[in-house]
Design a protein around this ligand. Structure first.
Ligand SMILES: C[S@@+](CC[C@H](N)C(=O)[O-])C[C@H]1O[C@@H](n2cnc3c(N)ncnc32)[C@H](O)[C@@H]1O
Length: 251
């Protein structure tokens, strides 16, 4: 990442973390595992793709608020939470303490990781890769995985033109973007396939993407069930989904 881009990303996320730190109440630091797994429909299948993490060394790349780190630590993983933003690493630390779990915390750039080769069995990254230079990050993440290691990335996907138009034009809740982030594209998967031995991709939220604007939990669940049916009958429609879960195996 160019130095200017790195500083811009860090400033954006530090200021976001700073605003959160001022607004969060002690109870907001508590993590309910089921609520976390349910907050977006790709989270539960993506966490399941990590397999049994008990005793494994797991890197939560771009940990942000640290909720996934807490959930993974509770499952017995030896978690390292890292992020470019010191503010977010602080929040992850406070969340660990509030939930009675421990994990290492590191401020670093995902494109130049301060870990030795083979340091982790699993990498978890939710909504992070699309902030990074995919080529540099892919090389680093394959390097720090141990033999047999798996990385799971959940990323916004650029396959749906109508959605891309909505993303760039419409105002909707929770729309906070850095200037450099771009949803993952097919060419990014080609780059990942150069670095990892095997890369599999699944699409999530076709009609369920409406859950972004309709906030009723029951309606969201119905839309997700519709997606399960549609994507089962017509798997190629995954290309038009809002998010992808990418499972990459160490080369
Ligand atoms: C959209 S947030 C996702 C946070 C969290 N993973 C989640 O599930 O909510 C993106 C995160 O990636 C971090 N990030 C951005 N660029 C990064 C980089 N080059 N290296 C490490 N983390 C980075 C940001 O600071 C931010 O916390």
């Amino acid at each position: 990442m160019s130095h200017a881009r790195l500083l811009q990303e860090r400033a954006f996320h530090d200021s976001q973390a700073d605003a959160r730190a001022k607004a969060l109440l002690p109870a907001d630091y508590l993590v309910d595992d089921d609520a976390y797994l349910d907050h977006e429909s790709w989270i539960a299948p993506a966490i399941a793709a990590l397999g049994n993490v008990d005793g494994l060394r797991v890197l939560d790349l771009g940990c942000g608020h640290g909720m996934a780190s807490v959930v993974l630590a509770r499952r017995g993983a030896r978690v390292t939470a890292c992020d470019l933003s010191l503010g977010y690493v602080r929040e992850a630390g406070m969340r660990a303490r509030a939930n009675g779990v421990t994990f290492d915390r590191v401020v670093c750039d995902g494109e130049a990781l301060p870990f030795c080769d083979g340091a982790f069995d699993r990498v978890w990254a939710n909504a992070v890769l699309h902030h990074l230079d995919i080529d540099r990050a892919g090389r680093e993440l394959n390097r720090i995985l141990a033999p047999g290691g798996i990385a799971v990335f959940c990323e916004p996907w650029a396959g749906n033109r109508v959605l891309n138009w909505a993303r760039s034009t419409l105002p909707y809740p929770g729309k906070h973007r850095t200037v450099d982030e771009t949803p993952l594209q097919p060419r990014d998967l080609t780059v990942l396939r150069r670095h990892f031995a095997e890369v599999s991709v699944s699409g999530h939220q076709l009609v369920a993407m409406l859950g972004r604007v309709v906030r009723m939990a029951t309606l969201k669940r119905m839309l997700t069930r519709c997606d399960d049916w549609i994507l089962d009958v017509a798997p190629s429609w995954q290309h038009y989904c809002r998010y992808v879960v990418v499972v990459a195996r160490k080369k």
